[in-house]
Ligand binder design. Structure first.
Ligand code: PHE
Length: 443
């Protein structure tokens, strides 16, 4: 057996894991759900969910991966016992499902970056921009083209391996992403809507905190930290035992939350400056922000930066999704990495075709009533696959892994009891609540 590939440094791991966490969830989903659920109070609950549930599960995933040094299926079997391999299977399955449609949205960000680069939004009004987006969604050729471009990029990075592929690219893309976000943040701060944007984000109106908002915040803390499907577990399996696990997890989670907050503080001031609706929903960034860019001084440049930011964020998350599938075929089936990467990347491209066409040719195909295939897959994955996977991971780390063995992985033993309490009780209860809520039993 060749030696297992691993991160070349702690920084490499932290950047890659943060790259996985920081994605469309931060820049696209977080601002729009914050908009829908009324701002400040929702943000508070989301931060609490990250701290109390997200971080403990993040630690559990990295810990299980690092102990087993295997893909999610092998790791759950090794640490939890045979019966728990199913949780790993669920994770590998979820990676196929999520990446297949994630790549479609990521393709949109590439397409919009290309359009911005050619000044394609200048002079358009809100109606024209809305029509543009709808026409783009309904065009099968362009949907497939950008989906293919994005998957080709993901494959090209993952085929290089952990240190020479994932780590190297995260070291370039993550600083670029932070730099772009900061430039846009300065622009937003200087805009007339800045004060209103900040107020919207930080003014906590607890009347708006419905039970649905609570649980939505909890669910989002999962998606945004890439939890519940073995992405962080796989990244942990390439991590040196010398790295302080808890500290790294906290750094990753804080980085992720900060980027979500700053993304909101870019988007809301722009909305208020141009009189756009912060509660516009999923179309917020594709349908409303280009309206602002079209009217803004230097708008084409900012539009280009913004959609590049999204594309980079999506790319560093997508490579962690493909890596889960690749790790499975390399570790469990003994495939060489190039074969696993090209093969599974190709399969995921094919699986994504129905999602890419679900706005045109397959618009009549529904899994859930009234939802496109694309939305159905997102619902299936984030509402069921991730929370169920997260529950399995919490149970294995909290109840199947012997306490002294888990304790060994902690640099500072004083913090261990808090984690153990959270992973045994708090996280499972929270996840079961999410599931019951999603199934309509509560809320
Ligand atoms: N965390 C990513 C985001 O916020 C999504 C993701 C989920 C990535 C699960 C990997 C695994 O966009």
């Amino acid at each position: 057996m060749p030696p297992r590939d691993h991160w070349s440094s702690r920084l490499g791991f932290v950047l890659a894991a943060a790259g996985s966490a920081i994605g469309l969830g931060n820049v696209w989903k977080f601002p729009y759900i914050t908009g829908v659920y009324g701002g400040g109070a929702f943000v508070l609950v989301y931060l609490a969910a990250v701290a109390l549930v997200g971080i403990p599960i993040l630690v559990a995933e990295i810990l299980i991966g690092r102990r087993a040094r295997k893909d999610p299926v092998g790791a759950m079997r090794a640490v939890g016992g045979r019966a728990w391999a199913g949780v790993g299977w669920l994770g590998v399955g979820a990676s196929f499902v999520i990446l297949s449609y994630y790549s479609v949205v990521a393709g949109w960000t590439l397409a919009y970056a290309a359009r911005a680069a050619s000044g394609g939004f200048t002079g358009l009004d809100a109606a024209a921009i809305s029509t543009l987006f709808d026409a783009f969604l309904a065009d099968p050729t362009r949907q497939l083209f950008w989906h293919a471009c994005f998957m080709a990029l993901v494959i090209a990075i993952v085929v290089g391996g952990v240190a020479k592929g994932l780590e190297r690219w995260n070291k370039v893309l993550m600083p670029a992403l932070v730099a772009i976000l900061l430039v846009l943040f300065v622009v937003a701060l200087r805009s007339p809507g800045a004060a209103a944007g900040f107020r919207f984000m930080f003014h906590a109106d607890f009347h708006k905190l419905t039970p649905k908002a609570w649980l939505e915040a909890l669910g989002h803390s999962f998606f945004t930290l890439s939890l519940g499907m073995g992405a962080m577990l796989t990244y942990g399996s390439y991590l040196s035992t010398k790295t302080d696990l808890l500290r790294s997890a906290v750094v990753i989670a804080v980085f992720d939350a900060l980027m979500a907050l700053v993304a909101g503080l870019v988007i809301f001031p722009i909305c208020f400056t141009f009189g756009l609706q912060p509660a516009a929903g999923p179309g917020l960034i594709f349908k409303t922000l280009p309206v602002a860019f079209a009217q803004m001084h230097g708008g084409s440049l900012f539009a280009l930066l913004f959609f590049l930011l999204l594309a980079f964020a999506a790319l560093t998350s997508a490579i962690s999704l493909l890596e889960v599938a690749v790790a499975y075929f390399v570790d469990e089936r003994g495939w060489p990495r190039p074969r696993a990467t090209l093969g599974m990347g190709g399969v995921i491209f094919l699986l994504g075709i129905p999602s890419a066409l679900s706005f045109s040719r397959l618009a009549h195909v529904h899994l859930y009533p009234g939802m496109t295939l694309f939305d159905s897959l997102d619902t299936l994955a984030t509402n069921y696959l991730l929370p169920i996977g997260g529950l399995g991971i919490a149970l294995v780390a909290g109840w199947r892994l012997a306490r002294p063995v888990a304790l060994e992985e902690f640099r500072d033993p004083r913090l261990f009891p808090y984690w153990h309490l959270a992973i045994r009780y708090l996280a499972p209860v929270a996840v079961v609540l999410i599931l019951l809520f999603k199934m309509g039993v509560v809320g």
